[in-house]
Design a binder for this molecule. Structure first.
Ligand code: SF4
Ligand code: SF4
Length: 116
């Protein structure tokens, strides 16, 4: 009986880990935009250091260093070729987003690679 319960538990854990997150908000909608904390953490180039950890490097030229706000937010995808549009599809794959990112928290994507 205990063995059966253990097997059931293992199956449940495996299923939970494999289950993709439910992202049921339309990207670009006001509700989606409201999830962003405007922290600017994703506006830095990331590189791997000698410990294979992602570390922040240079800042996007359009990020205001004082306010940490994007200076071209409304037209960011047109003026900045490195700016990436977050979608329900790519979000789960973006393990470089900080743990504190509003989207990571909102959709339960924590526990990924930690950025220094
Ligand atoms: S253009 Fe994109 S990457 Fe650059 S500061 Fe604005 S939001 Fe960040
Ligand atoms: S890291 Fe996340 S919450 Fe912060 S600015 Fe980028 S998308 Fe928004």
């Amino acid at each position: 009986m205990a063995k059966m319960l253990l097997s059931l538990l293992q199956k449940t854990i495996r299923k939970t880990a494999d289950t993709p997150p439910v992202i049921d908000i339309e990207p670009g909608s006001p509700e989606w935009e409201a999830i962003c904390r405007r922290c600017g953490e994703c506006c830095f180039e990331l590189v791997y250091d000698e410990d294979d950890t992602l570390v922040s490097s240079s800042m996007c030229e359009f990020l205001d260093p004082q306010t940490r706000q994007c200076t071209v937010y409304e037209t960011r995808f047109e003026v900045c070729h490195d700016c990436i549009r977050l979608t329900g599809e790519n979000l789960p794959r973006f393990d470089w987003l900080p743990q504190t990112c509003g989207y990571v928290v909102r959709f339960g994507l924590e526990g990924r690679r930690k950025v220094k």
